[in-house]
Design a protein. Structure first.
Length: 424
């Protein structure tokens, strides 16, 4: 089997070879939008990347350009940048962007099986090889219809689709848990950082009412703000040292992604100046509005690590405020609201500078209350991590099963998975 087709040799009993054009038609029903129309609309942004599901939908009046009409059961596949693996089966009638190809299964193929075919590695590799255009590479139906694949008989297609759908439902269940728990965390943080833990009387401050025992101080009064090193500086021969450095891409909302660390050359005498220390809270300088000031705690996971100039390192005075408390405060609705209110904004981006960060009005409860708030937020985070871990494991299982079943390396009768569902 080459990665440009899904042909199986030797062909299992009952399986037959086809071209994609033999097993489905491309739907070309053009649809002109109606002003204020509310027919469900699907754009590329509404298709999950790498997984056969929708992440939302709009309505026809959202986009004025021409669209393609589709029916329940049709399979939608993003022809723009097909390596993103955007495709799903519709469970509603609607219209979609012309950057989405609509497939309608024919007699040799079940629609629920077809939606998994378009996510197979071999199909995606073939689609990628047929693209044209550099900035906006697109594949096309005339090319895709020549894709060759081996199809099992309809009963086996149904069983394969049933198993993969069971895993898909389990993944979506974990995703719902993550979304619900994330919303709960947001609501909890709003309550904790406005009312505290003890239902105590409130006092009026320059930022509004806060619990009576709390202080409000500028960040510069309870922490040091350290700026990072800029890229592209010219150094003299022999004066530099290569060290790992933390980039914006490593700093996510509520966690650090250290799976890919890059290095930078700095002057040897600058190592201490730019070094990250255990307990630093790292925050991004800018980005999309919802990503402004994202970050969390550096736990010295990597030795001799410095940080990029677009990442701030906030070093709390732990006699007044814990790193964990400030990290949660900065990612709370209160913190995000402050960052956005003082940011320099362009059309889609926002950024803050050192002066604005140092002026951040820090809510400062007594240490025991800080610990209680941190414990409550950490408990929610643990639930999110557990659900995320389960989701990742299920996604790995899905990818493995998809490959094994589509290539007949594993047959459905050999599996010991519960057919009625998949444990979450």
């Amino acid at each position: 089997m080459s990665d440009s087709n899904l042909l199986i040799e030797p062909l299992p009993p009952g399986w037959k070879n086809h071209l994609l054009g033999d097993v489905c038609d491309r739907v070309k029903d053009s649809y002109q939008p109606v002003d204020d129309g509310d027919t469900p609309y699907v754009g590329l942004e509404h298709l999950a990347q790498g997984f056969p599901t929708f992440v939302g939908r709009g309505k026809e009046s959202d986009v004025k350009s021409s669209k393609t009409a589709f029916k329940v059961g049709d399979v939608l596949f993003g022809k723009l940048r097909p390596y993103l693996r955007k495709g799903a089966q519709a469970d509603f009638d609607g219209v979609c962007s012309t950057d989405i190809l609509v497939f309608r299964a024919k007699a040799p193929c079940k629609s629920e099986f077809l939606k998994f075919v378009i996510h197979a590695d071999e199909f995606v590799a073939y689609a990628k090889s047929t693209t044209s255009g550099v900035q906006h590479p697109r594949t096309s139906w005339p090319s895709l219809r020549e894709f060759r694949l081996s199809l099992p008989p309809l009963p086996e297609q149904k069983k394969i689709a049933h198993i993969l759908s069971a895993v898909q439902r389990a993944i979506e269940a974990q995703e719902r848990i993550i979304q619900t728990t994330t919303e709960l965390k947001k609501a909890l943080m709003h309550k904790l950082f406005t009312e505290g833990l003890r239902n105590e009387p409130q006092k009026q401050t320059e930022i509004g009412p806060v619990p009576e025992s709390w202080e409000v101080v500028a960040l510069s009064d309870c922490a040091v703000v350290q700026t990072g090193v800029a890229k592209g500086r010219k150094l003299k021969a022999g004066e530099g040292v290569e060290v790992p450095y933390l980039r914006v891409a490593n700093v996510q909302d509520g966690y650090l992604d250290l799976s890919e660390m890059k290095t930078i050359t700095i002057r040897k005498n600058e190592q201490q100046r730019f070094a990250l220390q255990e307990g630093d809270v790292v925050l991004t300088e800018g980005g999309d509005f919802d990503k402004l000031g994202r970050g969390f705690i550096w736990h010295a996971q990597i030795s001799n690590c410095v940080h990029q100039n677009h990442v701030f390192a906030v070093r709390p005075d732990t006699t007044r405020i814990s790193s964990e408390f400030f990290a949660y405060l900065s990612q709370s609705p209160y913190g995000k609201s402050y960052f956005l209110s003082v940011a320099h904004k362009t059309t889609n981006l926002a950024c803050i500078n050192t002066t604005k960060l140092k002026a951040f009005p820090v809510l400062l409860p007594p240490q025991d209350q800080q610990k209680g708030i941190v414990d409550a937020c950490s408990s929610i985070d643990r639930k999110i991590r557990i659900a995320t871990s389960k989701k990742n494991q299920l996604q790995d299982l899905f990818r493995t099963l998809l490959h094994e079943l589509m290539t007949a390396k594993t047959r459905v009768h050999e599996l010991e998975l519960p057919i009625g569902g998949c444990p979450a």
